[in-house]
Design a protein around this ligand. Structure first.
Ligand code: CUA
Length: 310
């Protein structure tokens, strides 16, 4: 059974079950269709004198209502089942071990919060929820892990979220599933699922130049962000304690300062202006690389955690 139906993640198990459900439903419909087809073909064949050919139609509305309702419920049920899986995978699962993934022609780069970087490989611990925040540096790519039944487009200019919990240690395929240029077919990698101890050992064995947040702080200094967001003469929103908080915007709506918000505010600062501030900030689109952007966002997140401590 397990060879045919492996359960590398809880999500994979759910997707397989849904797939079997779809297959069983369509098989039932197909069987019914062919049964009727054959039955009528045999019964009304030429020369069968016992068949009633007077074409009298006798049916009640009960029958119509019953079969229409039954099929509606069955197929809407499948839809609800699938939608629920979709929401679970791509919904607001904001907790878990965060790893940033950057796609570029033609490689996958992963950055751990501790500052560990890897290319075309992703090490994750067993039985922990892993949250990937993915972005692209150039064109649309698609992060595809067939064993986990997970595929998600990675779109330039946007951070996409994905959570999964591996249930079996081992090495699994990673593919790019969106045609992205010459070497698209070679944009492959490995997902390495390790026992927690091995994973921690792996983390500490990597060459690291400071945590991701520390790298972000360096970029923050280099770009002179503190000139406005620090205690300088220009009035700009404070970044300490900002992450995860609601932000009142100038158009009257309330935003939440999550990763996507921070990211957008750096790349497209005029799209969402914080209420009470002038739209003074220049866009950093093209002036900051994806790697740097991720590091700066991690730095701003770390400021929130610092602000929480007494
Ligand atoms: Cu990246 Cu195809």
């Amino acid at each position: 059974m397990s060879t045919w139906w492996p359960s590398e993640t809880s999500h994979a198990r759910a997707v397989d079950l849904l797939f079997m459900g779809l297959l069983a439903t369509t098989a039932l419909v197909l069987a019914l269709l062919f049964f009727l087809l054959l039955r009528f073909a045999i019964h009304y064949r030429a020369g069968n004198a016992s068949a009633d050919r007077s074409h009298r139609i006798r049916k009640s509305w009960h029958w119509e209502v019953t079969w229409t309702t039954a099929t509606l419920v069955a197929f809407l049920g499948l839809f609800v089942w699938g939608a629920q899986q979709y929401v679970e995978l791509f919904g607001a699962g904001k907790s878990g071990l965060t790893v940033y993934v950057v796609a570029k022609q033609w490689m996958w780069k992963a950055q751990h919060l501790g500052g560990q970087r890897e290319i075309n490989e992703l090490h994750v611990p067993l039985s922990h929820t892993v949250r990937l925040i993915m972005s692209s540096q150039d064109v649309i790519h698609s992060f595809f892990m067939p064993a986990f039944r997970i595929k998600r487009d990675v779109v330039p200019g946007r951070a996409t979220d994905l959570s999964f919990r591996p249930l079996r240690a081992g090495v699994f395929h990673l593919f790019c599933a969106e045609y992205c240029g010459t070497d698209h077919a070679r944009m492959t990698g490995r997902i390495v699922v390790m026992q927690e101890n091995d994973f921690n050992r792996w983390l500490s064995s990597q060459d690291v130049t400071g945590t991701l947040a520390a790298q972000g702080e360096r970029v923050y200094r280099q770009l002179g962000c503190g000139g406005c967001h620090g205690n300088g003469p220009v009035r700009a929103p404070k970044l300490e304690g900002l992450y995860g908080k609601p932000v009142p915007l100038s158009d009257g709506t309330i935003g939440i300062a999550d990763e996507a918000y921070l990211r957008d505010s750096i790349v497209k600062p005029r799209a969402k202006i914080v209420a009470g501030y002038e739209p003074l900030m220049p866009s950093y689109e093209g002036k900051i690389s994806e790697d740097e952007l991720i590091a700066v966002v991690a730095y701003i997140k770390s400021l929130a955690e610092k602000a929480k401590r007494p």
